[in-house]
Design a protein around this ligand. Structure first.
Ligand code: SF4
Ligand code: SF4
Ligand code: SF4
Length: 228
């Protein structure tokens, strides 16, 4: 990609295809995001900078430990594609997949019991475990395939931005805290001064499968090495 950042932003909505990943993504900007939000008290989102990510998986391990996620399932995946370039100048591309905390969450719309819900105070999509009957509708409806059944209680589970663990203690999510390269930024999209809004302002960002209308809140800074 040879366009400047300014050209990217004025051309927001252009479709790009990520290297080695079968997902379609849409470039966006802070301004286009601002019109997406439903205006809850807070509206949490996250950003993953694919240029800063080294694929160490410290984030996945911290998530597992803090949220007591059993082996065999995961709330967060770091996927590797590549190699890109020729030896010895070879690099890999790392992408994050986890709940996108969609503004328009299909998982919530299909749930027959209200177990899947979006918290209007935080914008976090979460699960009322006691209401989940294990029907699996939400797992099928999620376009990002990030939901799973917890092997211990058989209820639907996924990332909830550490809402009942680190966030409840006034800390950053475990994945953000543990990242050695500051590739992850978390914060309130309703606050113009938040770190995540500043990061979105100064970077080109895209979101996975925006064309579906889910309005995901996991923003990604695209890997530059793979640009053409
Ligand atoms: S990414 Fe999937 S689980 Fe998360 S809010 Fe969107 S549809 Fe629901
Ligand atoms: S925000 Fe918390 S639950 Fe979500 S991926 Fe990060 S560590 Fe896991
Ligand atoms: S901890 Fe940070 S650098 Fe390591 S894989 Fe996760 S996002 Fe990438």
């Amino acid at each position: 990609m040879s366009c400047s950042r300014r050209n990217f932003l004025t051309g927001a909505g252009a479709v790009i295809f990520t290297t080695g990943v079968a997902t379609t993504s849409v470039l966006t900007s802070r301004d286009s995001n601002a019109s997406d939000v439903a205006d809850p008290a807070k509206n949490y989102g996250m950003l993953h900078d694919e240029n800063a990510c080294i694929g160490c998986t410290a984030c996945t391990e911290a998530c597992r430990e803090v949220n007591k996620v059993p082996e065999g399932v995961s709330r967060l995946e770091i996927n590797r594609s590549g190699p890109i370039g020729e030896y010895p100048d070879v690099e890999y591309h790392f992408t994050r997949n986890s709940c996108q905390h969609c503004e328009n969450p299909p998982c919530v719309y299909v749930c027959p019991t209200g177990a899947a819900y979006k918290d209007e105070e935080t914008g976090i999509v979460d699960v009322h475990k006691e209401k989940c009957v294990g029907c699996g509708y939400c797992l099928a409806a999620c376009p990002y395939q990030v939901r799973f059944f917890h092997p211990e209680d058989n209820s639907a589970d996924k990332c909830n931005f550490c809402r009942d663990t680190n966030l409840a203690e006034g800390k950053q999510p475990a994945c953000v805290e543990s990242c050695p390269t500051s590739a992850l930024v978390f914060g309130d999209l309703n606050d113009p001064q938040s770190d995540i809004n500043k990061a979105i302002e100064i970077n080109l960002v895209y979101r996975d499968k925006s064309h579906l209308g889910t309005k995901p809140k996991l923003f990604k800074v695209p890997f530059k090495k793979g640009e053409v």
